[in-house]
Write a protein that binds this ligand. Structure first.
Ligand SMILES: NC(=O)c1ccc[n+]([C@@H]2O[C@H](COP(=O)([O-])OP(=O)(O)OC[C@H]3O[C@@H](n4cnc5c(N)ncnc54)[C@H](O)[C@@H]3O)[C@@H](O)[C@H]2O)c1
Ligand SMILES: N[C@@H](CCO)C(=O)O
Ligand code: NA
Length: 435
């Protein structure tokens, strides 16, 4: 049986995971693929100790892999958007199928690269790019193809969730938990991508494109990170019955598409609120099926290799049987994707958690609630602590009803201008994910 020949570029966490997985499960995967899967060429800047590359050719220049006529499927696991862009373009132009774990590349250059793949009659697949090992791309594109999706919400950055869990449950320092996530191979080369929400924004854009049949709109995502969250806010959220998660939300409203990544209070009883550590989860609301939830490891070599190899096997199944019926990677041919208007953030409606430092004297809370009321916002819950000895200000935490960001911001400006309020008002969105 003719082997399907793979060129593997990058042997870090993901590429190393692919080598290990193929080494361990090669025979089973070959059975499923309909042909042996053989790594014939490895592109790697430097050798990775302990990773066997077998009889594969090894090149320091990854472009040699893209140019190698012996390669059927190129796996891109070098990361970044410069060399990877060049590598994937060259491979597609050379008529190779490409499988990538690179969400930055797909979110930022996917419109162009997917159109190129289509023109070349080859496939560009990226299951590993979103939510690591969870087969969420396949679920959205194929399993839920009969639904109109109204919204989806997900914890789609493993590093960020690992940090939030470590801070909330083990009371550890942000920097200390981030260092552990880096040591475990979860974090991006530049971890600000994880903690500032850029990585989650890349993934959200990909999910939204498939769910709502739109082109990839990385330019349009609102992004807020988790680095400004304090242990104090996590503790108040807990006291109020919430957990703080870094959420990506995409929702089709009559007025446009919401695309946003930000810290979010979730009621503790929600399944999403219970997703801990490096685990990811995506909740999708379809009109026929209702809500469905997808859960699993969001990062790490093994989980990511699982998704990479699933794409490879999909392609190998077609190649080995000579039955090519290319599936559009975003669910529709690129020319048929819609351009939906994006809903401005000022019009996005959520409930809010507000924390303020108020002077400890009568009348302050009635001023605050009058300002909120002027914007049509009411207070649903309130925590007011007694001042510590010697302190003249007290922390006050307010949970509001659902309000547009525009109205909330106007109210916050007026509250911050009160002489009885010190410093900026902390605000975090609250989602109940119930409709
Ligand atoms: N680590 C994860 O859990 C995970 C999960 C999903 C997706 N990803 C994505 O997978 C990709 C790789 O991530 P990783 O964690 O394996 O990174 P990594 O840093 O562990 O590995 C990347 C490897 O590629 C090599 N490399 C980079 N540029 C190169 C070039 N021009 N030529 C040759 N080699 C080059 C590096 O030396 C390194 O060995 C990224 O796009 C990342 O976003 C990672
Ligand atoms: N850095 C990413 C890797 C998986 O995409 C994360 O932590 O989720
Ligand atoms: Na995935």
């Amino acid at each position: 049986m003719t082997a399907i020949r793979i060129g593997l570029c990058g042997i870090g966490t993901v590429g190393g995971g692919v080598l290990e997985l193929l080494g361990r499960n090669g025979e089973v995967l070959a059975g499923r693929a309909g042909a042996p899967l053989e790594i014939v060429h490895v592109g790697a800047r430097r050798d990775r100790e302990g990773v066997a590359t077998g009889s594969a050719t090894v090149s320091r220049d990854v472009l040699a892999v893209a140019a190698d006529p012996a390669v059927d499927i190129l796996v891109e696991a070098i990361g970044g958007t410069e060399d990877a862009h060049e590598l994937v373009s060259r491979a597609l132009k050379a008529g190779k199928h490409v499988v990538t774990a690179n969400k930055a590349l797909i979110a930022e250059h996917g419109n162009e690269l997917l159109a190129l793949a289509e023109a070349q009659g080859v496939s560009l697949r990226f299951e590993a790019a979103v939510a690591g090992g969870i087969p969420i791309i396949k679920a959205l594109r194929e399993g839920l193809a009969a639904n109109r999706v109204s919204w989806l919400a997900g914890i789609i950055n493993g590093t960020g969730n690992f940090i939030l869990t470590g801070m909330a449950e083990e009371e550890r320092e942000f920097a200390d938990v981030l260092a552990e996530a880096q040591a475990l191979g979860y974090a991006e080369a530049d971890p600000t991508f994880d903690v500032e929400g850029i990585d989650a924004a890349h993934k959200l854009v990909i999910l939204a494109a498939i769910a709502f049949n739109t082109s990839l709109r990385f330019d349009a995502v609102y992004t807020e990170g988790i680095s400004a969250l304090t242990p104090e806010d996590l503790a108040y959220a807990d006291e109020l019955g919430y957990v703080v998660k870094h959420l990506g939300v995409a929702r089709e409203t009559g007025d446009g598409l919401e695309l946003r990544v930000h810290p979010t209070l979730l009621p503790k009883e929600l399944l999403l609120a219970k997703v801990a550590g490096v685990k990811n989860a995506v909740l999708v609301e379809g009109d026929a099926v209702g809500p469905t939830l997808y859960y699993g490891a969001g990062a790490g070599g093994g989980a990511t290799a699982s998704a990479v190899m699933a794409d490879v096997i999909d392609l190998a199944r077609e190649l080995s049987r000579g039955q090519r019926c290319p599936l559009p990677s975003l669910g529709l041919p690129m020319g048929e994707l819609r351009e939906l208007p994006i809903l401005p953030m000022g019009e996005v409606r959520t409930a809010w958690y507000l924390r303020l430092e108020a002077a400890d004297r009568p009348g302050v809370m009635s001023q605050v609630s009058r300002i909120l009321g002027d914007q049509g916002i009411s207070i649903e819950a309130l925590i007011q602590k007694a001042p510590q000895s010697g302190q003249t200000r007290v922390p006050v935490v307010v949970v509001t009803n659902v309000a547009s960001q525009g109205n909330l911001e106007r109210a916050v400006l007026a509250i911050e201008a009160l002489e009885s309020i010190a410093g900026p008002v902390t605000r975090i969105r609250i989602e109940s994910l119930d409709g």
